[in-house]
Write a protein that binds this ligand. Sequence first.
Ligand SMILES: *Cc1c(COP(=O)(O)O)cnc(C)c1O
Length: 841
Amino acid sequence: MSSDMTMADATASNVSGSTDLLQRYGCGPIHFTGTRDALYERHLMFDHVVDPTSVGPRERYEAVARSVRDVLSQRWLRTEQTYERENPKRVYYLSLEFLIGRSLANNVMNLLLDPVVARVADEKGIDWLALLDEEPDAGLGNGGLGRLAACFIDSMATMQIPAMGYGLRYEYGIFRQSLRDGWQQEQPDNWLRRPDPWEVARPQESVEIRLGCSFEVRNGTFAAVPGRPSSLLGVPYDRPVIGYGGRTINTLRLWAAAAPHALDFQAFSAGDFVSALAERLSAESLTRVLYPDDSTSMGQGLRFVQEYFLVACSLADLVRRFRRTNPVGSPTDWRALPDKVAVQLNDTHPSLTVSELMRILLDDAGLGWEEAWDLTRRTLAYTNHTLLPEALEKWPLPWFELLLPRHLEIILEINRRLLDEARTRFPGDEGRIERVSLIEEGGPRKIRMANLAIVGSHSTNGVAAIHSDLLRTVTVQDLAELYPERFSNKTNGVTPRRWLRLANPALSRCITDAIGDGWITDLSQLAKLTPLADDGAFQDAVREAKRAMKHRFVAWLASTNGIAVDPDTIFDCQIKRIHEYKRQLLNALRIVVLYNRMRQNPDLDMVPRTFFFAGKAAPAYRLAKVIIKFLNNLAAAIDDDPVVRGRLRVVFLPEYGVSLAEKLIPASDVSNQISTAGYEASGTSNMKFMMNGALTIGTHDGATIEMAQAAGEENFFLFGLTADQVSGSAGWYSPFWHHHNEPETRAALDLIFSDHFNRNEPGIFEPLRDALLTGGDRFMHLADLTAYLEADRRLLASYAAPQDWTRKVIMNIANSGRFSSDRTIAEYAAEIWDAKPCPVP
Ligand SMILES: *Cc1c(COP(=O)(O)O)cnc(C)c1O
């Protein structure tokens, strides 16, 4: 698609007069456009001191972004002023990750400024799509957990909830991925290399954090110096979070670490000066880089300090704000804390919040234990994101002794009281005592962060119904029996602004033409599409929208990656972190079986298909990197084989991130959600595909189960074992049985193990033999392969009947309303936070 389409999309917004709009943002006297003092020209000229006619696209991007920020500034200030005046209960969302992606187009959309920007871009001859590509993705997260945090702050702003996100300002986000000979290569992601027009540094609001030891960078690693207490400065950088319609503009506050004292040039001799400089650099290196591990806990010291740094900065900041709400001169009424503050912990990463808040209430506020404990628990709530044992955080007790000795005292006292209570309620049950304890015995002893978060908060939730059930009945069963009233489910969601309205202009317009635009802020209105599922004209419109988005994607792919794909093939996608439990290997086995069928029967009649994969592997996760290599070799072997060429195609797209997801999902026909049942907590890409009119082939896992219930199982392609069957499989599952007894499974495996896909690189796929066969395979790939192929056959049959397929597509879109993060946030607000909207006048 050319940029024409985007211009038209932009003007399709539901807004009339742009002058009124700007008035509303307090921009009466300034002109966004015009000839003399236009914001855009002024920024171009004054920010870069260049001739506006000779600038490159990056300067244009910065000038447009700055102009948009000017437009929102007054509204942003007014939001905070309103909160200060009304003093509502505030929600603080603490997360080590915020995978926000790009901001420009999203902010323009949420401010309803697309008509203005479209006109300006037209007048100035700006290529809008090219300009958007100048903004780097803010990749401050690994995957689903970080993206959830980004969707949540969007929903909270749109729903006018007084909320703030707290995170870290990593200088390097998730690494950039490229491919060399099919292997993943990692490059550092220096996304802040050029000035970021959205962030506002607020050094005057810095906070000082005290630590029980000092740090040095020695031989490139971060080393603790025991017994020498030190402090660090947290400097906040604020980013606007714009609610749809631009009424509320909340803040995402990211902390950067700095040395606490300015360098005093006079005071140092040359040698001191260098060591003082080194200290400064070691302080700043704390927030240098995001840990690139997804669903594993690498247990590294620097990560532990990062977690404490986020917690300590954010609590100091919110406590300072809370104390400001007390009348000047009167003592702080700490009993009001849970009425004014709700803190949500996104996974256990910020769970030191429990002991930090206790420390503040005991040592700074001078409260007694009972009162401090009551206030702490009523203020905090915790979200669990995973049941994988390798992902449950446990930190060595000696690290607490070194860095946080006061926290250790507090945690040991919490534990003493917890075990007393457990012994009273379950006398003689020492196994239970051992399991609920905050301390895991063994050398060295470790603190169990999930137990700390559950015990120290009033609410623990999972992120999909099945996940919350397993959490309660299996993973932390003993704690759930001690505190059953604390446990609940909050099924995840995604923001329909970014993932439908912005990412898929063609389908958005088609939906708005049919039912109006109320769906943008109330996604349940998509249910109004149900009566249109068999409507011929609407079916045509939906098919046409998909076709348009496929063409747009194909054009983008050709121009950026030089890859030509055929838009008239089925686009079948699996895009997510590479992990054994997500089972990209199961998908690969399906493709090898289809490939074998075609090789055996060259005349086989099958709709041509393109299989897209994208995803990053943690740099230390060897097998995940072998999986990427295998997918690329599979792609090459198929391309080289004249028998299947043109009918089967595999494409591995590098550099998966928010921006790639926004481009590919609207163009997809099929969504693969095929994790081993019981392993995927929720999934959220499944929801993005559903609302974009892709059909799901998937397992009984995570939120996919709820999606199938909502859409009707007849509109889904579910297959495979249930979580109960998986967890009960220890006695019977043998991958060898499948190899012996299923001819297609055996042929696929034998082809792989015969080095067919790696003729010039013998042996490189031996790790796959171990993963799938000889190692026992805890993820049970082979147990689900036959069922997967059977579901795939049903899927192809439906695709061959366009009216049936499109009917299913519409039924999926119409029933995706539940998977808006607005619904999720409404549940958190009502059932966990007791938070209410606070509209900005
Ligand atoms: C939505 C999203 C995810 C989560 O995907 P899952 O398939 O649910 O694991 C990860 N990364 C990005 C960039 C996303 O947009």
